[in-house]
Design a protein around this ligand. Structure first.
Ligand SMILES: [Zn+2]
Ligand SMILES: [Zn+2]
Length: 440
């Protein structure tokens, strides 16, 4: 069969002939009809995961069962199927209770073994992990579910338990983020989408985000500088010049209460003064006009020399738009700043879901835990979604209430996938990239 293969970490992937897989006991081989190109594939190529070389990436797939191993009872050749990217062992207590997404013996195609950037892929423990794809749901829509869409669904519907009328802030408008926007709207929530890519925000607005917040082009700046708050039709406008005086104000260290609702609390190492703002060392209070330190939770005045500028932190803008902070936040990026912005954008007793993987800093990601404690915030992790939980989501898709196919930006062949993989960390995408292995 043809497959995208790389022989070394950060080596150039190429399309070449490799042996067809044969199904192991309990497993199947699936003829791949569609497979998503995801940032996680780039991470594996870049050496951030433990993989065995040579390697075939790809973990978001849908297709048709082409061979069935011994002991498989639920599946037959010709069945239309997809899988979660986390495949459980099918034997442990977690798998047997429907929680395969945390199986200690989990397999992940494209990571623990060869993946789906190929004409065929091997899948383990088929009776536990395969999900039937209804005829009404296309292969591309189904392939998009396995990683990003299902992860977003579980994060919002089953971890944060989003209910109608709540405000949900989604930071990052890539695959998980755009999925989150669509799903939050389907759950009846009001959505604010945050990203540095205007095209991605335009897609988010089209999916029902009530506001989109454009961050600085580099995205690395901290705190993020918002250059636009774009209300959808009918939503009240956020006027930068009328924002709270803390917009652009000093960054405080954790352990010191923010001067006003929603101001960014940064650690000293990451505090980068915005225009007119000053980064404070721990234990130094915000100066006021009269030189007296401010008590916690009292708004910082600007008369002391901090100019009012139309520069916002994400949390300031969300507080302004929602009247005090969102109910739920999602960090769909996975970064120290995006995680902090998401947590600090919450109102008291809000719920944060961390989906993007946080890179370690000195061994541990830095998270604003002082706010988490003081405001009784819930910080939740979410890791894919077990096959056992798919029927509810698949029913919403088959009924047209969720439309993952709207998130697909383009479809490419294996050759273009091999070219794109090494630079996918820099790709500016406004939706999902699908691969059809039947294309050249
Ligand atoms: Zn993925
Ligand atoms: Zn298991």
């Amino acid at each position: 069969m043809r497959a995208v293969v790389f022989d070394a970490i950060e080596g150039q992937p190429e399309v070449r002939e490799v042996p067809d897989p044969t199904p192991p006991p309990g497993g199947v081989v699936v003829r791949v009809m569609a497979t998503g190109l995801c940032r996680s594939d780039w991470h594996a190529w870049a050496g951030h995961d433990e993989i065995t070389l040579p390697h075939v990436p790809g973990h978001e797939l849908a297709g048709v069962v082409s061979a069935v191993g011994a002991g498989v009872s639920r599946w037959a050749v010709g069945d239309r199927v997809t899988v979660p990217f986390v495949c459980g062992c099918g034997r442990c207590s977690w798998c047997l209770s429907g929680q395969a997404q945390v199986c200690p013996e989990q397999q992940q195609p494209g990571f623990t073994h060869w993946g789906s950037f190929a004409e065929q892929v091997l899948l383990h423990a088929a009776d536990t992990n395969l999900v039937a794809v209804p005829d009404r749901v296309g292969f591309e829509a189904a392939a998009g579910l396995g990683c990003r869409f299902a992860t977003a669904y579980r994060a919002l519907a089953h971890r944060a338990n989003v209910t109608a009328g709540e405000w949900v802030t989604v930071i990052g408008a890539g695959g998980v983020g755009l999925s989150s926007v669509m799903i939050a709207r389907a759950l009846g929530a009001r959505v604010i989408a945050v990203d540095r890519n205007p095209a991605a925000l335009a897609v988010a607005a089209g999916l029902g985000a009530e506001y989109t917040l454009l961050t600085s082009p580099t995205g690395e700046a901290s705190p993020f500088s918002l250059t636009a708050a774009t209300p959808a039709a009918g939503a009240p406008a956020l006027t930068p010049g009328t924002a709270t005086p803390t917009a652009g104000a000093s960054a405080l260290t954790s352990g010191i209460a923010a001067p006003a609702f929603g101001a960014s609390a940064l650690t000293p190492d990451t505090a980068t003064p915005t225009a007119g703002a000053s980064a404070l060392a721990p234990g130094i209070a915000v100066p006021t006009a009269g030189g007296l330190p401010l008590a916690p939770n009292i708004a910082a005045p600007t008369a002391g020399g901090l100019p009012l500028t139309p520069v916002f932190g994400v949390s300031d803008a969300v507080a302004e738009l929602t009247g005090g902070g969102g109910d739920v936040s999602v960090d769909a990026v996975g970064g120290e700043q995006t995680c902090a912005d998401a947590i600090l954008s919450l109102r008291r007793r809000g719920r944060h879901v961390q989906v993007g993987l946080l890179p370690p800093v000195d061994g541990h990601p830095r998270v604003p835990m002082a706010r988490v404690i003081g405001w009784e915030l819930d910080v939740l992790g979410s890791h894919g979604m077990a096959a056992a939980d798919y029927p509810e989501m698949m029913a919403l898709i088959a009924a047209g209430r969720l439309e993952p196919q709207r998130l697909i930006e383009r479809t490419i062949g294996l050759t273009e996938a091999a070219t794109l993989l090494p630079v996918f960390d820099q790709a500016t995408v406004a939706g999902m990239t699908m691969i059809d292995p039947r294309l050249i």
